[in-house]
Design a protein around this ligand. Structure first.
Ligand SMILES: C[S@@+](CC[C@H](N)C(=O)[O-])C[C@H]1O[C@@H](n2cnc3c(N)ncnc32)[C@H](O)[C@@H]1O
Length: 338
C-alpha cells in the first residue's frame, strides 16, 4: 500500500488536503521517519502530481482496524465475500463484545459469534447494540450469546472502569481522546468535568496527574458506578476526584471557576456558554458537527468568548466519525485573558 513522504512540518496541511481529495487512508497509521512523515494514502494517479515522493510502505493498521481484520480473516472461510463486506466494526468493553448486525448478515449471527470468540477467547457476552436513548444516552442492547449481563470491568489507560451498559453511557472508542487530554493537563490544575458519566475522563486524568477534579453527573446509576470506580482505582490515582450528583445546569452556576473544563456534552445539548463561563484557562468542548459546519461551530465558540469578554484561541479537532458526514469534534479553547 502506498504512502506519501512529506516533511514533518507539512504533514498536517498535506493530510488535510489528502482527506479533502478522498485519498487519505484512515485505516492505517502515519509513521515518523526522521524529519519526514509517511502518510497512508489510497492508490491514485493524482498522488504523483502532489509534489511528494510516493513509496510502497507497510504502514500498520490502526488497532481497531487490525481487530476487525482479524475477525474478517477468521470468518473468511464461513462467509462469502459479499457477506464479509457487510461486517461492521465492533467494540470490546471488558469481557463483552458489542456488535451491530446489519440486515444482510442477520442469518449469520452464529458465525459472527463464533468468529468473535475465536479472536477474543476471553469474552463472556456478545451483545447487539441499538441506538442511544434519552438524556442519559443509554443504548438499547440485546444479548445474543453468553451470560445475561451488561455489567463488566473495562481496562483502559491504566485504570479499571466498572460499567453497566444497560444503565449508563460508556464509549471505549474515546480511549485515545482521554489519553490526549491527560497529556495536556499539568500537575496542580483544578479541573471541572460536567456530564461525567461513570468517570472515564476523570479517572484517566487523575491516574497520571496530581490534580483536583470536580465531576458532575445526573444519572443516579452512572453516579453510583463512578463512586465505585473511584474506590476501584484509589491506589492508582495521583489526583483527587470529587463527584457531585446533580444537573449540570443547576450545579455549575454554583461552582467556582476552574483552570480547565472538559465537557463531553451529550448530543443535542447546548452547554457552551455555561461551561465557558466556568473555565479560566482551557475549555475542551465536545459536539457533533456536520463536515460543512466546522467553520460555523468555531465561529459560534468565538462569539461565545466575545459575549463573555474572553479573548480565546480555538482549535477544532475531529475526534471520531459519528455518521456519514457528521463528526464528533472537540473544540480546544485556550482562554488568553479578559
Ligand atoms: C455523552 S455522555 C458522556 C459520559 C462520560 N463523560 C463518558 O465519556 O463516558 C453524557 C453524560 O451526561 C449525562 N447528563 C445528561 N444530561 C445531564 C445533565 N443535565 N446534568 C448532568 N449530567 C447529564 C448523561 O447521563 C451521560 O452520562
Amino acid at each position: 500500500m502506498p504512502a506519501l513522504r512529506v516533511p514533518k512540518r507539512k504533514a498536517e496541511p498535506v493530510k488535510r488536503r489528502l482527506k479533502k481529495l478522498g485519498l487519505y487512508d484512515g485505516k492505517r497509521r502515519p509513521k515518523r521517519e526522521g524529519e519526514f512523515v509517511l502518510l497512508p494514502v489510497i492508490e491514485d494517479p493524482i498522488l504523483r502530481s502532489l509534489g511528494y515522493e510516493v513509496l510502497p510502505s507497510e504502514l500498520p493498521l490502526r488497532p481497531e482496524r487490525q481487530l476487525y481484520k482479524n475477525l474478517e480473516s477468521v470468518l473468511a472461510g464461513r462467509l462469502s465475500e459479499e457477506e464479509l463486506k457487510h461486517l461492521r466494526r465492533y467494540d470490546i468493553v471488558g469481557d463483552i463484545a458489542v456488535i451491530q448486525v446489519p440486515r444482510e448478515l442477520s442469518h449469520r449471527v452464529d458465525d459472527i459469534v463464533w468468529g468473535l470468540r475465536k479472536v477474543h477467547p476471553f469474552i463472556r457476552v456478545v451483545a447487539q447494540k441499538g441506538f442511544h436513548e434519552g438524556a442519559f444516552r443509554i443504548r438499547e442492547y440485546s444479548i445474543i450469546w453468553g451470560e445475561r449481563r451488561l455489567e463488566t470491568v473495562h481496562r483502559e489507560n491504566g485504570v479499571q472502569i466498572k460499567v453497566d451498559l444497560s444503565k449508563a453511557f460508556f464509549n471505549p472508542r474515546m480511549k485515545g481522546e482521554r489519553y490526549r487530554l491527560a497529556q495536556l493537563v499539568r500537575d496542580g490544575e483544578r479541573i471541572l468535568i460536567p456530564f461525567a458519566g461513570v468517570l472515564p475522563y476523570a479517572l484517566v486524568i487523575a491516574r497520571y496527574k496530581r490534580v483536583k477534579i470536580t465531576a458532575v453527573e445526573l444519572n443516579r446509576e452512572a453516579y453510583e458506578l463512578g463512586l465505585e470506580n473511584i474506590e476501584l482505582n484509589r491506589e492508582r490515582l495521583k489526583g483527587e476526584i470529587e463527584f457531585i450528583h446533580g444537573d449540570v445546569f443547576d450545579v455549575l452556576p454554583e461552582l467556582p471557576t476552574h483552570d480547565r473544563v472538559i465537557s463531553p456534552t451529550p448530543r443535542g445539548v447546548d452547554a457552551l456558554a455555561l461551561t465557558l463561563g466556568r473555565a479560566e484557562k482551557w475549555l475542551h468542548y465536545y459536539d457533533f458537527v456536520h463536515e460543512t459546519d466546522v467553520g460555523a461551530f468555531r465561529t459560534r465558540i468565538m462569539d461565545a468568548c466575545t459575549m463573555l469578554g474572553k479573548e480565546c484561541r480555538v482549535r477544532v479537532k475531529k475526534v471520531s466519525d459519528f455518521k456519514p458526514h457528521v463528526f464528533k469534534v472537540c473544540a480546544d479553547v485556550e482562554i488568553k485573558g479578559k
